[in-house]
Design a protein. Structure first.
Length: 73
């Protein structure tokens, strides 16, 4: 989004995304935050700088789904 543009992004996305990051971190509690972020950034093939939040959120959901199942096994 260009600063000063008329349309504001959905502010509720912030809490949703942070909550998903918390869920991922809780799957790997021994990891430091930097390690969690490093792994997440390097799993995708998109430039994180240009990645839209909805695409990021879908990726986080997929990560949570895949690793929550493996942890339960």
């Amino acid at each position: 989004m260009i600063i000063g543009a008329n349309k504001m992004r959905d502010i509720t996305r912030i809490t949703r995304i942070i909550t998903k990051l918390e869920a991922i971190w809780s799957i790997f509690p021994d990891w430091r935050l930097g390690q969690v972020l490093f792994v997440l950034v390097n799993l995708g093939n998109a430039d994180i700088f240009y990645l839209e939040d909805d695409a990021l959120e879908k990726g986080l959901d997929l990560f949570i789904s895949n690793f929550s199942k493996k942890r339960e096994e």
